[in-house]
Ligand binder design. Structure first.
Ligand code: GDP
Ligand code: MG
Length: 596
């Protein structure tokens, strides 16, 4: 397809504003998916996406569309809306010439509407403002068209109105895409260059690499080179997704499609890499993507220790199409062998963990999530702490924690309670704007550690679900942080150590000690549970000894009977971990570490 007949666009929006549903209608209206094969959220291919109704991976689809008797090829890229997947969104944006900014006509602008708009603006993409869900009785298109028009700087009459559910206005939207978005630019006669924006592993076909061709042309059976590694492969198949893979005779500039080389290892097809021809190829690679930086770390341990190799293999596989996933082996006295895994946020953690459990049949424990701290020791050494149990011993001069810029959009009646919440989370107000009379945008600087855990849940419950939140990491700050250890009979249990603000250390200690007291069964002897900062005990509980000591029955009895009894007890305790001389059932760790 010549470039003037191609339009590449993506749909960006706050979560649940209807991107995937609108994408469904487009697939149907363009005839790419017929009514019989249609199912809701067609492009959310992962089970987990379908069940939770959220998009995790971006998807690209080619659709034919006719305007004024001319045939066009539209490449639509559906994107995830959640903050944790901003990285996916920005990759999609780099493969497009324009973006449809979708806003729910019953809700108006939300925090991720802004975040996604800013991302699109950073990529210099033209924006098509669209109100969705106009079929809803609660829709207030007049009001929100004004809000949206003001945000993107157009006249309210230029805001399109559609319903992804009924299909109203969707044809007009597609026409508008063709008429107003620029065609791709690229040089047809230059050496071929294509940008890899995703790659996935397919059991039957090996690695499937998704590309956007910038210059030149790529044809089947030619030899190609991955520019970052110099690795050469034969192009076995090239084609477009519409919505299933369809082989073609090649891809030219501006086109979006897939490549198959028969390679089995996704690492050979690195997202952000440039593909060129082996013969007379390009010498200069395209600007790639910055690698995403993990923000939250957690330990992942198989409940059954013999599953460790399966977990390692599973992580290797997931990493292939999730560049944001990072991990290295970790050993814990409490939990055995596992991995320290870096995530973009808690939803990312949850999704990865669920995929591991489901797709690889693993049972896992994850330890309390932690952000990355920078510690300066008294002697000037710098230590990066991704795991509280690795906190350096010795005199500390300063601890710095990551801070984020948070944007909260909320109806004005909830401003007070939101401010109060941010206060308790050590936030400082940076600014406040009225989007309309009843809706307010609050900007806070907040420690990342406070925002990534239960902040969003608390925000939602305080605002009856009306608040929306977006945040990005903006730097670091020194803070009065301490490491709290939990001790069982004087022995620290690594999985329970946490780095917390000094003001909250006592609360953490008391809460954890109370939890453990209820979870650890009584032993033959009294077991003290303590929370400590260094050598200072800040909280204490006791598990009293069993009243009826099994051994007391054998008092004066023969030693062999005594041994037998102990042996028998051991049998029933296969799933126990020993912390010093205290036996702790695996379940206690799981229960104590699961958030409530
Ligand atoms: P996404 O998170 O932006 O991809 O949003 P989805 O497409 O998954 O839609 C979120 C919810 O809104 C789903 O329950 C959809 O059925 C519903 N929805 C989407 N578009 C419309 C619409 O035009 N009208 C109505 N009434 N509901 C819609
Ligand atoms: Mg979606």
């Amino acid at each position: 397809t010549p470039m003037e007949r191609i339009r590449n666009f993506c749909i960006i929006a706050h979560i649940d504003h209807g991107k995937s549903t609108l994408a469904d209608r487009m697939l149907q209206l363009t005839g790419v998916v017929d009514a019989r094969a249609m199912r809701a959220q067609y492009l959310d291919r992962m089970d987990i996406e379908r069940e939770r109704g959220i998009t995790v991976k971006s998807q690209a689809v080619r659709m034919p569309w006719q305007v004024d008797g001319v045939n066009y090829a539209l490449n639509m890229i559906d994107t995830p809306g959640h903050v944790d997947f901003t990285y996916e969104v920005s990759r999609s944006l780099a493969a497009c010439e324009g973006a449809i900014l979708l806003v729910d006509a019953a809700q108006g602008i939300e925090a991720q509407t802004l975040a996604n708009l800013y991302l699109a603006m950073e990529n210099d993409l033209p924006i098509i403002p669209v109100l969705n869900k106009i079929d809803l009785p609660a829709a207030d298109p007049e009001k929100y068209a004004a809000e949206l028009a003001q945000l993107v700087g157009v006249d309210p009459s230029e805001v399109l109105r559609v319903s992804g559910k009924t299909g109203a206005g969707v044809e007009e939207l597609l026409d508008h895409v063709v008429r107003t978005l620029p065609e791709p630019v690229g040089e047809i006669d230059a050496p071929c260059r294509a940008m890899i924006f995703d790659s996935v592993y397919d059991t039957y076909r090996g690695v499937v690499t998704y590309v956007r061709v910038i210059d030149g042309r790529m044809t089947p059976r030619e030899k190609i080179v991955m520019m970052s590694t110099g690795a050469q492969h034969e192009l076995l198949e090239i084609g477009v997704i519409s919505p299933e893979p369809i082989p073609t005779k090649g891809l030219g500039p501006g086109e979006v499609g897939y490549l198959i080389t028969g390679v089995k290892d996704v690492r050979q097809s690195k997202v952000g890499d440039t593909v060129t021809a082996a013969v007379r190829g390009a010498t200069e690679a395209l600007a790639g993507y910055a690698d995403p930086k993990p923000m939250v770390y957690s330990g992942l341990f198989p409940i059954d220790g013999s599953d460790y190799p399966i977990l390692r293999d599973a992580l290797d596989k997931l990493k292939l199409n999730d560049a944001a996933l990072n991990y290295e082996p970790e050993t814990s006295t409490a939990l055995g062998f596992g991995f320290r895994v870096g995530f973009l946020g808690l939803l990312h953690l949850e999704i990865v963990r669920e995929r591991l459990e489901r797709e690889f049949n693993l049972d896992l424990i994850s330890t309390a999530p932690s952000v990355v701290y920078q510690v300066t020791m008294e002697d000037g050494t710098e230590v990066e702490v991704m795991n509280p149990s690795d906190f350096p011993t010795g005199k500390v001069r300063e601890i710095r924690e990551p801070v984020s810029r948070g944007t909260i959009i909320v109806p004005s009646e909830f401003v007070g309670t939101v401010m109060e919440l941010c206060q308790t989370k050590r936030g400082s107000l940076q600014g406040m704007d009225y989007l309309s009379e009843e809706r307010v945008e609050l900007r806070y600087q907040l420690p990342l550690a406070e925002i990534v855990f239960d902040f969003f849940d608390q925000l939602k419950s305080r605002t009856k679900g009306y608040a929306s939140l977006d945040y990005d990491v903006s730097g670091e700050q020194a803070a009065d942080l301490v490491k709290v250890d939990m001790l069982l009979q004087g022995e620290p249990v690594d999985a329970f150590s946490a780095i917390v603000h000094r003001d909250k250390a006592y609360h953490y200690g008391v809460e954890m000690a109370g939890k453990l007291k209820n979870l650890i069964p009584r032993q033959q002897f009294e077991v003290p549970i303590q929370a400590a900062i260094g050598s200072r005990i800040i909280a204490r509980e006791n598990i009293r000894a069993l009243r009826k000591d099994v051994l007391s029955k054998c008092y004066g009895g023969d030693i062999s009977r005594k041994r037998k009894l102990l042996e028998k007890q051991k049998e029933g305790k296969k799933r126990m971990k020993n912390i010093g001389s205290v036996e702790v059932p695996q379940e206690a760790f799981i229960a104590a570490l699961s958030s409530d």
